[in-house]
Design a protein around this ligand. Structure first.
Ligand SMILES: Nc1ncnc2c1ncn2[C@@H]1O[C@H](COP(=O)(O)OP(=O)(O)O)[C@@H](O)[C@H]1O
Ligand SMILES: [Mg+2]
Length: 254
C-alpha cells in the first residue's frame, strides 16, 4: 500500500494509562479509512497524535513525505492534514458564517509577524476566505442559516459546520472523530454524500466512528484498534468477520 499517512510505533501515556501502545497504521491516498474499536481503545488519542494536538512519547508520524511527529497543529494543518473540532461554547454564540471565518488556526493573519507585517496580505486572505466560506456553506446546505447563531443549529448541522471549518484551508486529508454521533438520519445521509463527493474529488479521510452503517457505506479500508494499538486492518467485510475483532468487542453489536 502506498501510504499517504503513516503512523509507526507511536506510544502515548497519560499518567499510568497507555492510551497508545506501539501503534502502527497507514492510510492510503484518495481513500476513506475507518478506525473502529471499543471505547478507550485509543482512537481519539490517535487522531490527536496525528494532528499535533497531543505529542507522542515515542514513534513517528509521516504525512505526504513530511515527518510531522511533534510539530504544532498549525504546522501540520498547513501541510493539508486537519481534524475537525467540536464547536466550543464561545463559538456557539457567533453566527455560522463567523464560526467559519474565525476557524483556520493557520491563517496568515494569525501567525506572529504575519499580523504585523503583512496587512494587505491578510486582507486578501480575508476576502478569499469569505468567498470560499460562502461556497462551502452553500455546498453543505448551511448558507440559508449563515447568519443564525451556531447555538441554534441541530446536532447534525453542527457536525456539518465542523466539517465546513475543516474544509476552509483546502485540506488534503481530513480526520473526523465520530461524525455520525447525535446526527438524525436525513442529515447523516448528507454527511455520507459529502464524504463520498469529497473523496471522489481527491480528499483523503480517516474517520473514527461507532456507526457501522456509515463505516460500511463510506470506508474503503478499516483499521480496528484495541488497547492502544492496531489489531486488524482490511475491508469492512474482512475485519468484521475476524475472530480477534469479535473477541475485542466481546459481544458488543457490530
Ligand atoms: N487527556 C487524557 N488524560 C488522561 N487520560 C486520557 C486522556 N485522553 C485519553 N485518556 C485515556 O486514554 C485511553 C484512550 O482514550 P481515547 O483515545 O479517548 O479512546 P477512544 O477514543 O478509543 O474511546 C482511555 O483509557 C482514556 O481514559
Ligand atoms: Mg474517542
Amino acid at each position: 500500500m502506498n501510504a499517504f499517512l503513516s503512523v509507526q510505533h507511536v506510544s502515548k501515556q497519560f499518567g499510568g494509562v497507555a492510551a497508545l501502545h506501539d501503534c502502527s497504521l497507514s492510510f492510503a491516498k484518495g481513500r476513506v479509512t475507518g478506525i473502529i474499536g471499543p471505547n478507550g481503545a485509543g482512537k481519539t488519542t490517535l487522531l490527536n497524535a496525528i494532528t499535533g494536538l497531543v505529542k507522542p512519547d515515542r514513534g513517528s508520524v509521516v504525512f505526504d513525505g513530511h515527518e510531522v511527529t511533534g510539530l504544532p497543529m498549525h504546522r501540520i494543518a498547513s501541510l493539508g492534514l486537519v481534524r475537525t473540532f467540536q464547536i466550543v461554547r464561545e463559538l456557539r454564540g457567533l453566527t455560522v458564517l463567523e464560526n467559519l471565518l474565525l476557524s483556520p488556526p493557520h491563517q496568515v493573519g494569525e501567525r506572529i509577524g504575519g499580523a504585523l507585517f503583512a496587512r494587505p496580505l491578510v486582507k486578501r486572505q480575508d476576502q478569499k476566505n469569505a468567498f470560499k466560506a460562502r461556497e462551502i456553506l452553500q455546498r453543505l446546505g448551511l448558507w440559508r442559516v449563515a447568519d443564525h447563531s451556531a447555538a441554534a443549529l441541530s446536532g447534525g448541522q453542527k457536525k456539518l459546520l465542523e466539517i465546513a471549518r475543516a474544509l476552509l484551508p483546502d485540506p488534503k486529508f481530513i480526520l473526523l472523530d465520530e461524525p455520525a454521533a447525535g446526527v438524525a438520519p436525513p442529515l447523516l445521509k448528507d454527511i455520507i454524500r459529502l464524504i463520498k463527493e469529497l473523496s471522489a474529488e481527491g480528499v483523503s479521510f480517516a474517520l473514527v466512528e461507532h456507526d457501522m452503517h456509515l463505516i460500511s457505506e463510506v470506508c474503503h479500508d478499516v483499521h480496528v484498534m484495541a488497547e492502544g494499538t492496531a489489531l486488524v486492518s482490511g475491508s469492512f467485510a474482512d475485519v468484521t468477520a475476524d475472530q480477534r475483532v469479535i473477541d475485542a468487542y466481546l459481544g458488543m453489536a457490530l
